[in-house]
Design a protein around this ligand. Sequence first.
Ligand SMILES: Nc1ncnc2c1ncn2[C@@H]1O[C@H](COP(=O)(O)OP(=O)(O)OP(=O)(O)O)[C@@H](O)[C@H]1O
Ligand SMILES: C[C@@](O)(CCO)CC(=O)[O-]
Ligand SMILES: [Mg+2]
Length: 391
Amino acid sequence: MEVVGARAPGKIILAGEHAVVHGSAAVAAAIDLYTRCSLRLLTEDESASSAVELELRDPGLAFSWPCARLREVFFPTDSDSAAAGEPRPCSPDLLAAIARLLEEQEIPEAKIWLSSGLSAFLFLYTSILGCRAGKVTVSSDLPMGAGLGSSAAFCVSMSGALLTAAGVVAVGGGGGKGWELVRKDDLELVNRWAFQGEKIIHGKPSGIDNSVSTFGSMIKFKKGELTSLKSSNPVKMLITDTRVGRNTKALVAGVSERSSRHPDAMASVFHAVNSISEELSSIVELTANDEIAITSREEKLAELMEMNQGLLQCMGVSHSSIETVLRTTLKFNLVSKLTGAGGGGCVLTLIPTLLSNLVLDKVIAELESHSFRCFKVEVGGQGLQVCQGDC
Ligand SMILES: Nc1ncnc2c1ncn2[C@@H]1O[C@H](COP(=O)(O)OP(=O)(O)OP(=O)(O)O)[C@@H](O)[C@H]1O
Ligand SMILES: C[C@@](O)(CCO)CC(=O)[O-]
Ligand SMILES: [Mg+2]
């Protein structure tokens, strides 16, 4: 069979991370850094030992599971009962069985954080394709575990490729050349599968990361409801990766624990974040006809981001490396906030339209002198795309 591919973008959260898990609104946008997943189902001739193979290009690791061993774990009682049309959660018993299966792989201790991604892969693959032999290759522009939605881009691109190989998502309408957009109904199905994968990696995701990675653009997200935001003036952001590793699942759990220790205080914090996200989303949508100067729109955005950062500190998810980025950019009168789960990872800095490239280069040089890594990204682009053949 021919190769099918899917690519899904990472994201930034402009306002509302963590609070969105507790029902507040949040605003997120896709960025032009992608995770790509390609898949080829193997015939019996090609896969003498009949296995499911996974190559992760970025950590540079490859894994292989004999189909017979997968059948014992995933379908112990009967023949394959994969059902691509019906996303369902991974039960705690199955998750424990997957963990035992992964112990057989001898993952290097320094890469043990990959286990949650591998668990999500095995669950999605066997749920959608059963135990058919196949080879999956994943590569990514995104730093992993740094707040730019690498886990969601992994689950969305994987679900997209698997559902395309299963013949559920249509591909080839573009004449079989290059990346193609996906029909709305198909996107919704991919998004529901990707959410099941995110649950394995994050524990209790709100669904914002997989939604923005699937549908792209800039969105407001509240209690599972998504509103697409139309911004006529592009928002420019600098991203700084502090390179301090952290794990979204643990940070989300930490905020929930703080919330159960101080329910009233934290409810007020989440309520304030909701107001910030609502106001920020209406400012993003203002057009040239709304008689608000670009500079005053940017000042409002910056102030809301600053307020949100203060509330994220209240939730306990800032970090000394994040504070260093805030202090550094403030010297240039620029406002920053953490993005994603915090605890290290990436920080956003709003780039005003009138900021000269010379000053921006100085900001980047000073941030990089702290061993941080800066990215300039395009905000609000495409979501999931698929392709036939090698893209
Ligand atoms: N390309 C990939 N290959 C394999 N596993 C991946 C890949 N990308 C992400 N993962 C899995 O996702 C985990 C990182 O997810 P995590 O949610 O902690 O961070 P993030 O998604 O980058 O940030 P955030 O959730 O704050 O946006 C990794 O530890 C790994 O298990
Ligand atoms: C921290 C969080 O709010 C965003 C992570 O990008 C978690 C979630 O919403 O699932
Ligand atoms: Mg994540």
